[in-house]
Ligand binder design. Structure first.
Ligand code: GLN
Length: 447
């Protein structure tokens, strides 16, 4: 009830939540009480959290930031939602996001931009900007997010919170509305790495309904939280510290690294020679997969249908013309182009080769270090409207995050102080495949 009151008071100015349902929230809270009364409570039973509006959840809409899904309410729970419910977590509401998770600012949401709680003239980042802003504004202690090219880490950085994108395949994609299936991964966002570790224990696990879900023994992601940092080798890729990083971001990241050294970690110089190709490769592969995934929104099966049309083709055309926003249309056009006959080899196939090389670069770097660190983003949060005329400028801001998705590696962002104007700066930590516990432990020692 405390959180619901805060949401009622502060959400109109932040627009982090797109749906709340106080009766449903309180019913879940009572169910959590019942679990406790039966002696079946886990560590998170009764803890409230917000869910990104991309996860199908019975009793709630799943609009994914789009007019296309304005009337859509899923008849089933996503894998991550099932696990949240079973743990007794209580849903505070559904958080705003860029349309179909395409964006870095939350401005592409059909339901309006989200404001950064640190300075409401700035964006919270995207696409999980509603989740990050809700936590930063004290309107939720934790939230789910998804990260295809940075959408957990970048809004976490812009809003001064913690968030982890797990190794691809750790968290079920069942019921998570698809953007780019080979890159999409759900994960937790919270104030601290410790909270993220507890939430990851809930979210992670095999799901046979997701064909890329990995069957692995259950692990406790909190197990390394108390591990001292002495001897930890932190790799600093020179490509992450070159031109293009704003001075205030560099100062905050350098100060964070100095703290890691003072705690006993050593830093080593490493190189990711193909890191600069990650944005071009990502912006071929992600739109290609999106153009295929979004073909299901045809006005026939579910979602929006144009009110007036001539024949079936006209219905498809008008439905998609009216139902999708500009950024989504741009991605569909790019994706259809790079997959088309004659361009497939030149763009899509090349991007897939670059993707493999980027993963190999990370493997080589991890021969010299345990974790890789650097800035999460080249700059602090953009001003609202800053990228309106120039989508390329926004894409280039994904330079440090996209390579991690292309390689399928776990990556997280934790607060590293503040830059100019009091806006938060994020430190990115990248680990080897399945090394989330070590990453969360290092982050916790720092925090
Ligand atoms: N900014 C990136 C994009 O627009 C990443 C989005 C995401 O991770 N969902 O594709």
């Amino acid at each position: 009830q405390d959180y619901l009151a805060k949401i009622r008071a502060a959400n109109p100015a932040i627009n982090a939540y797109v749906e709340t349902n106080e009766d449903a929230t309180l019913a879940e809270a009572r169910a959590a009480d019942a679990l406790r009364a039966e002696g079946r409570a886990g560590p998170l039973t009764g803890v409230p959290l917000a869910h990104k509006d991309i996860f199908c959840q019975t009793g709630w809409h799943a609009r994914c930031g789009s007019k296309m899904l304005e009337s859509f309410a899923a008849p089933y729970d996503a894998g991550l939602i099932e696990r949240s419910r079973a743990a007794g977590l209580v849903t505070l509401g559904r958080t705003n996001m860029d349309e179909f998770a395409m964006g870095s600012t939350n401005e592409s949401s059909f339901y309006g931009a989200v404001r950064n709680p640190w300075n409401t003239g700035h964006v919270p980042g995207g696409s999980s900007g509603g989740s990050a802003a809700a936590i930063a504004a004290g309107l939720a202690p934790a939230a789910s997010g998804t990260d295809t090219g940075g959408s957990i880490r970048q809004p976490a950085a812009f809003c001064g919170i913690s968030g982890i994108k797990p190794t691809y395949g750790i968290v079920s994609r069942w019921g998570m509305i698809a953007y780019a299936s080979s890159l999409d991964q759900g994960g937790p966002m919270a104030r601290t790495a410790e909270d993220c570790a507890l939430l990851l224990n809930t979210f992670a696990g095999f799901d046979e309904r997701d064909s890329t879900s990995l069957q692995r023994p259950a692990e406790d992601y909190t197990r390394a939280l108390a591990q001292p940092l002495a001897g930890l080798r932190i790799g600093l890729p020179k490509e992450f510290f070159g031109d293009g990083m704003a001075d205030d971001v560099r100062a905050a990241v350098d100060a964070a690294l100095a703290t890691f050294r003072s705690l006993g970690a050593v830093t080593v110089d490493v190189s990711l020679p193909r890191a600069g190709m990650s944005v071009p490769a990502y912006y071929v592969i992600a739109p290609a997969e999106a153009s295929s995934n979004l073909s299901r929104y045809d006005g026939v099966r579910y979602g929006y249908r144009a009110p007036e049309y001539g024949n079936l083709d006209d219905m498809y055309v008008k439905t998609r013309a009216q139902g999708f926003g500009a950024e989504v249309k741009r991605r569909i056009l790019i994706g259809a182009y790079v997959l088309s006959h004659g361009y497939y080899d030149a763009y899509y196939l090349q991007a897939q080769k670059v993707r493999r090389l980027i993963a190999q670069d990370y493997e080589a770097a991890f021969a010299q270090c345990d974790l890789i660190m650097g800035p999460t983003t080249p700059n602090t949060a953009y001003r609202i409207g800053q990228n309106d005329e120039d989508p390329m400028a926004m894409y280039l801001g994904d330079i440090y995050t996209t390579s991690v998705n292309l390689a399928g590696l776990p990556g997280m962002s934790i607060p590293a102080g503040f830059g100019a104007g009091g806006l938060p700066v994020g430190l990115q930590i990248v680990g080897r495949w399945f090394d989330e516990a070590r990453m969360l432990g290092a982050a916790h020692q720092f925090q």
